[in-house]
Design a protein around this ligand. Structure first.
Ligand code: GLA
Length: 391
């Protein structure tokens, strides 16, 4: 992989490199359960996957950043900007993710005393909800950390990347994606409490199964505006609940407490959003216990319930994602299946017996085409470590 990127790097940034550029990789992520709980102080359970973004980076004399992507820049002309001039770009959208990270680093007082060249290449499908934006953010943060010796740890890099997305790009996401991309661990999922940022790893003993990600091939374009709207509705529910109980976030409540207090929520939509969030939070803790106990069946059932709640209460699933999940549920050997990520397009994640992978692909693929007229794509993924330098 890196050989091809290196050739391109030399063509784009000059062949007379004294120092070989440093190699980096940041994974994408798939969330197994705990959807739309991160922004409400709840628990999530994602893992980093072996699809992601590669980069080569080198320092050079000067005071500008040059950024180029083999995915987005067809004519391979790098985007160049001075460190003193970092601002949101209207014409080239993808650069806003790395620029956001640089901007936050600068706001935190970091100074860069030489220029930098970065070339990115990713194999994560775009707009599929597998965190390509978090991957490029955390990757950039990791590159800066290593090459400018910033001495930040993986949690810092996740927080900085989330701030880049919130404050620079304007998407009010929680911390799940950036955390999973930065702190993921091979063969494990991360149980993260998004309120305290306490986390632990849970081994994914999936010897007899595979994680299959199915792409609906509907790009989650509505995701930004609808996402922010759902967050507002959650905030409204929280305000109403705070009139009857002293809580900091929705996930401070158990489902039982919610049932007793939910009469205080005035708006019916806000009620539904809060109901999803609070039950999903409890479901996530329950699911991780089931997984630790080796009960994949129970884990999978909770995944299915998560999808139903996202469909009926949080209302982010769309017809194509419901179709994919329902088709998967019908197949013996599928432990569980649900939409993953923000919703409004993107992917489902399914835990599938190793022996029926072809059957799964054929059956879901054909019937999805019949119902929606669209072709699904399948990725059989492995888990991965978080973003890092590659030696
Ligand atoms: C997107 C956001 C995350 C999280 C998920 C939903 O991926 O970036 O912070 O809220 O949606 O769980």
């Amino acid at each position: 992989m890196f050989e091809i990127i290196l050739q391109e790097f030399k063509k784009i940034y000059g062949t007379d490199l004294n120092i070989e550029p440093t190699k980096f990789f940041a994974p994408g992520r798939v969330n197994l359960i705990g959807e739309h709980t991160d922004h409400e102080g709840g628990n999530v359970f994602p893992c980093a996957i072996n699809l992601g973004i590669y980069a080569l980076a080198n320092l050079r004399p000067g005071n500008s950043v040059r950024l180029c992507s083999l995915n987005f820049d067809e004519n391979k002309t790098p985007f160049e900007i001075n460190f003193s001039d970092i601002k949101l770009q209207d014409s080239i959208k993808w650069v806003n993710y790395p620029l956001g990270v640089i901007n936050i680093l600068q706001n935190l007082g970091h100074k860069f005393n030489s220029g930098i060249d970065i070339l990115y290449y990713g194999n994560l499908p775009d707009g599929a909800g597998l965190s390509s934006s978090a991957a490029i953010e955390v990757l950039t943060a990791r590159i800066f950390n290593e090459l400018y010796n910033l001495n930040l740890d993986g949690v810092d890099l996740a927080k900085i990347s989330q701030r880049a997305e919130n404050e620079f790009v304007g998407m009010h996401c929680g911390i799940m994606d950036q955390f999973a991309v930065s702190m993921g661990k091979k063969n494990n999922a991360v149980l993260l409490n998004c309120s305290s940022l306490k986390y632990s790893y849970a081994p994914l003993n999936l010897d007899s199964c595979k994680i299959i990600i199915t792409n609906s091939n509907v790009q989650h374009s509505l995701a930004g505006s609808e996402y922010n709207l759902r967050r507002e509705q959650c905030e409204n529910a929280l305000k109403d609940l705070q009139t009857v109980k002293n809580i900091k976030c929705l996930c401070d409540l158990t489902p039982e407490e919610f049932e007793n207090l939910s009469g205080s929520i005035k708006n019916p939509e806000s009620f539904k959003r809060a109901k999803h969030v609070i039950y999903e939070n409890a479901r996530t803790l329950n699911a991780t216990e089931k997984l630790k106990a080796g009960d994949l069946k129970a884990f999978g059932k909770l995944m299915d319930e998560s999808h139903i709640s996202l469909r009926d209460y949080y209302q982010v699933t769309i017809f194509e994602l419901d179709t994919l999940a329902e088709l998967a549920w019908k197949i013996p050997g599928v432990y569980g299946s649900r939409m993953t990520g923000g919703g409004f397009g993107g992917c489902t994640v399914s835990i599938v017996d190793k022996n029926i992978i072809d059957e799964f692909k054929n059956s879901v693929g054909e019937n999805y085409k019949k119902s929606t007229g669209r072709s699904a794509s399948f990725y059989i993924v492995d888990t991965s470590d978080g973003a890092n330098k590659i030696l």
